[in-house]
Design a protein around this ligand. Structure first.
Ligand SMILES: Cc1cc2nc3c(=O)[nH]c(=O)nc-3n(C[C@H](O)[C@H](O)[C@H](O)COP(=O)(O)O)c2cc1C
Length: 208
């Protein structure tokens, strides 16, 4: 993995005609509306093949200048790195709040999900490109979330205290100048989270 998108192996690109699209009965609109984050993921394992399908969809996010600014770190529940990142989350929470119960809950939120995907954004050569890169990486994270619906999985997006320990990047192998766009917890939801939104009519107008 390289931090410089221009060094990526161009020969390895897959054309949109050649890509293999996983079959699903979930429509795009269904995925958009039914996608929910879950705070109660079951301990049922998620296969590597499933995660690979979701990650494959991530890189088809729109991306100005095709800078391919996304970097993904997948951490399985059983991996030793999982214990380390859970420990960092505990430590950061304790430093901030000095509340062992709260810190233990934060640690569990990192230690327990079957799969964690840390999504980082590589900066561009200037502020405009860095901003566009971040937008593209967020689209990639949303692609993962929508693919999750097709797989019967919830993908929970966090950027809070569990992701803010200064040693997290070094622990995962991320570069210092990358920005964390998302920590995604992936698993089968045990809850049935409800959500609401203000109808778009409050925010959109046709300008004539
Ligand atoms: C960029 C981003 C960061 C988020 N960070 C957190 C977080 O740190 N903690 C948290 O509880 N939820 C976080 N969320 C989840 C949102 O709060 C969630 O989208 C909201 O609860 C609505 O849930 P729904 O999308 O399933 O309807 C984040 C979402 C996004 C898009």
């Amino acid at each position: 993995m390289t931090s410089d998108a221009s060094n990526l192996d161009q020969d390895a690109k897959i054309s949109s005609d050649a890509v293999s699209v996983p079959s699903t009965n979930v429509s795009v609109y269904e995925a958009l509306y039914r996608r929910r984050m879950s705070w109660q993921l079951s301990s049922a394992p998620v296969s590597r093949e499933t995660i690979d399908r979701m990650l494959a969809a991530a890189v088809w996010a729109p991306n100005h200048r095709l800078t391919e600014p996304w970097r993904f770190f997948v951490v399985d529940k059983d991996s030793p790195v999982r214990q380390k990142v859970a420990g960092l989350a505990y430590e950061f929470s304790m430093q901030r709040n000095n509340n062992p119960e709260r810190a233990a809950a934060v640690r569990s939120s990192v230690a327990d999900p079957p799969i964690l995907i840390y999504v980082y954004c590589v900066p561009g050569p200037n502020e405009d490109t860095t901003q566009e890169n971040y937008a593209a990486v967020c689209c990639a994270a949303q692609n993962i979330s929508l693919a999750g619906v097709a797989e019967g999985l919830a993908v929970t997006w966090e950027t809070g205290g569990a992701t803010r320990h200064p040693q997290l990047k070094a622990t995962l192998g991320a570069e210092e100048d990358w920005t964390l766009a998302a920590m995604l917890s992936v698993g089968v939801p045990e809850d049935n989270p409800q959500a609401s939104r203000t109808p778009v009519t409050a925010f959109a107008r046709w300008v004539t």
